[in-house]
Write a protein that binds this ligand. Structure first.
Ligand code: HEM
Length: 486
C-alpha cells in the first residue's frame, strides 16, 4: 500500500456522494495494516439486521478518509517526508456478496441479469474461473475461500496504522459479528513489508504507483486538466468507472437498480507469490539471452530482465524512461507515471508483455488513452506474509505463505477486472502487433517474445506461472444509505 497520499479534495465531490461512497473506494485507506474478514450469515435475518444497524455508523466514508488523507499528506510535507505519528485512524468498510445482498433485501437484488457485470456478480468468482484463468493449481476447488461449497455473505475490510490497533478493532468487530450469529469463514491479514521493502510487493517492486485519478474528486492540474495536480501522468477518468450511477467515459450506463447507486463492485483475491521460483526463472531467461548472444547493456543481470517483465525497476522507476539501468532514487520526486508508448509500439523499450503495459496500455492505441482508460480499476492491495529472506529465520523461507491480498474496485466486474484477466493479461496477442506472450508476472505459463532494437523479431523466453490464486470473492460495497435501507 503506497504512503503517497493523494491531494484529493473531498470537498470537490458533491456532498451527497462523498458521504455516501465508502471510504476505501475513491480515497483509499492507505494503511500499513489491513485485514479482510469474510463472514457468513445465520439463517435468521433479525440478528443480522441488528448487527448491521450497529455497524453502519462505524463505516468510513469517502469524506472522512479523504479529509484524513489530506491532513496526513499536509503534515508529512511539513515534516519533510516523515510520517506524522500523532495522526492515526482505523477504518472499516463493508461489502456484501450477491447472496448476502439477497438475504438482507429479502428479494432479488437484480431483477434483470442480462448485463455481463451483473451476471458475473450473481454467479460469483468461482463460476468465472475459466474467464479469469483460474485453472490447474489456481482452480477454485483448491481455494481457501470463495469456493461454491463455502458461502460468504459479507466482507469486512479493516485498516489501521499498527498491527496492535488493527487487532483490537478486528476483535471488537468479530465479537459483534458473533453476537449477530455470523461466523468467520476466512480472514486474511496483510501488512506493508518491513524496512526498505515498505510499499513494495514480494517480488521486490514498488507497488501502488499507478492508480487512476477520479473526476470531481482528484484536483486536476491547471495546465493539463486531464491529469491530477502534482501527479504527472495520472489521468483523470470519470467517477462512474468505479462507482455505480456516476458519469462513465464512453460505455452506456448499464442501468443498474437505484439501490446500487454510489456503490462499487469489489474483487478480493489471495494471490500467492513463489518469490524464489519467479526470480530463478528470470535468471534462467537472462542466461537464455546470453546463450543466444543477445547484446545487453554492460552490467545488466537478472534485474534487467525482471524490469522488463514488470515494466518498472524495483524502485518503481519506469523502463520507458530508464531502459538500461535503475536510476538512483530522488527523494520527493513525483511517481514516474508520465509514460508514453507512442514511440515504442513494438515494445523494444518497454516490452508489450510487461505487466504494467498489459494492464494499462496507456497511449498504445492512440493519444486519447481511451482503450486503456475505460478498463481501469482502483487497486487497494496489500502484501501478506513475511518477505522471502531465508537468513531471517522462520517464516521467511521458500515454503512460508506470502503474496498479495489483491483488492480492487470498479463499476463493472466483467468489463473491467474479468476483461483485464482474459483479454489482456492472459492473451498472448495483447497488445498487438503479433503474439508476444502472456503477462510474465501474473499470467499463465507462456513464452514471451522479447524484442529489442538489436533483436527486432524477438527472442522467446519461457515464463511459468508463479502467482497462484488461492481464493476470490466478488462483493459489492453499497452506499451508506443503501445499507441503512436493508
Ligand atoms: C501495477 C505487481 C496483480 C493490475 C503493478 C506494479 C507492480 C505490480 C509491481 C507497478 C506499480 C504500480 O504501478 O502501482 C503485481 C503483483 C501482482 C499483481 C506482484 C500479484 C501478485 C495484479 C492483478 C491486476 C493488476 C491481478 C489486475 C487484474 C495492475 C495495474 C497496474 C499494476 C492496472 C498499473 C499499471 C499502470 O497503470 O501502469 N502491479 N500486480 N495487478 N497492476 Fe499489478
Amino acid at each position: 500500500m503506497s504512503d503517497d497520499v493523494s491531494d484529493a479534495a473531498a470537498r470537490n465531490l458533491p456532498l451527497r456522494h462523498s458521504d455516501e461512497i465508502q471510504g476505501d473506494v475513491l480515497a483509499g485507506f492507505r494503511k500499513d495494516h489491513e485485514t479482510v474478514v469474510l463472514l457468513r450469515f445465520p439463517d435468521d435475518p433479525a440478528p443480522v439486521r441488528q448487527w448491521l444497524a450497529r455497524l453502519i455508523p462505524q463505516l468510513a466514508t469517502t469524506r472522512q478518509v479523504a479529509a484524513f488523507n489530506n491532513d496526513f499528506s499536509a503534515a508529512r510535507r511539513n515534516l519533510a517526508g516523515t510520517d506524522p505519528v500523532g495522526l492515526r485512524a482505523t477504518w472499516v468498510n463493508l461489502s456484501l456478496t450477491y447472496s448476502g445482498l439477497k438475504f438482507l433485501m429479502g428479494t432479488e437484488p437484480f431483477p434483470d441479469q442480462t448485463q455481463d457485470g451483473v451476471k458475473a456478480f450473481v454467479l460469483g468468482a468461482s463460476a468465472r474461473a475459466d474467464i479469469n484463468g483460474d485453472g490447474g493449481e489456481s482452480a477454485p476447488e483448491r481455494w481457501l475461500f470463495g469456493r461454491a461449497d463455502q458461502p460468504v455473505h459479507a466482507v469486512l475490510t479493516v485498516a489501521s496504522d499498527s498491527r496492535e490497533l488493527l487487532e483490537v478493532r478486528a476483535s471488537e468487530l468479530r465479537v459483534a459479528a458473533a453476537h449477530g450469529g455470523l461466523t468467520v469463514v476466512f480472514e486474511q491479514v496483510g501488512a506493508t513489508l518491513p524496512g526498505d521493502r515498505k510499499g513494495h510487493e514480494h517480488f521486490g517492486f514498488k507497488d501502488g504507483i499507478s492508480n487512476p485519478g477520479v473526476a470531481d474528486f482528484d484536483r486536476p492540474d491547471p495546465d493539463h486538466p486531464e491529469q491530477v495536480a502534482g501527479k504527472p501522468g495520472t489521468r483523470i477518468v470519470p467517477a462512474g468507472e468505479f462507482v455505480v450511477g456516476l458519469p462513465l467515459l464512453q460505455r452506456p450506463d448499464p442501468g443498474l437498480p437505484e439501490w446500487a447507486k454510489n456503490g462499487s463492485f469489489q474483487v478480493v483475491r489471495r494471490l500467492a507469490q513463489d518469490v524464489p521460483a519467479w526470480w530463478a526463472q528470470v535468471a534462467a531467461a537472462r542466461r537464455t539471452l546470453d546463450q543466444a548472444g543477445v547484446e545487453l547493456p554492460v552490467g545488466s543481470g537478472a534485474e534487467w530482465v525482471a524490469a522488463r517483465a514488470v515494466g518498472r525497476w524495483r524502485s518503481g522507476a519506469s523502463v520507458a524512461h530508464n531502459p538500461n539501468a535503475e536510476p538512483p532514487t530522488k527523494p520527493g520526486a513525483p511517481d514516474d507515471n508520465l509514460i508514453s508508448y507512442a514511440d515504442d509500439k513494438e515494445g523494444h523499450t518497454t516490452p508489450v508483455f510487461a505487466h504494467i503495459r498489459k494492464t494499462n496500455p496507456r497511449d498504445h492505441f492512440g493519444p486519447d488513452h481511451k482503450v486503456a482508460d475505460t478498463r481501469r480499476i482502483i487497486r487497494r492491495g496489500i502484501p501478506y506474509g513475511q518477505p522471502f529472506d531465508p537468513a531471517a529465520g522462520p517464516g521467511h523461507g521458500p515454503d512460508a505463505d506470502r503474496g498479495l491480498v489483491f483488492v480492487a474496485y470498479m463499476s463493472d466486474l466483467a468489463f473491467q477486472f474479468e476483461f483485464l484477466q482474459s483479454a489482456w493479461i492472459n492473451n498472448t496477442g495483447f497488445p498487438p502487433p503479433g503474439q508476444n506472450g502472456k503477462d510474465p508476472v501474473i499470467g499463465q505459463d507462456s513464452d514471451v517474445n522479447l524484442k529489442l532494437d538489436t533483436v527486432p523479431d524477438g527472442k522467446p523466453l519461457h515464463f511459468a506461472q508463479f502467482v497462484r490464486t488461492e481464493g476470490t470473492i466478488y462483493a459489492f460495497a453499497p452506499a451508506i444509505s443503501t445499507l441503512r435501507d436493508l
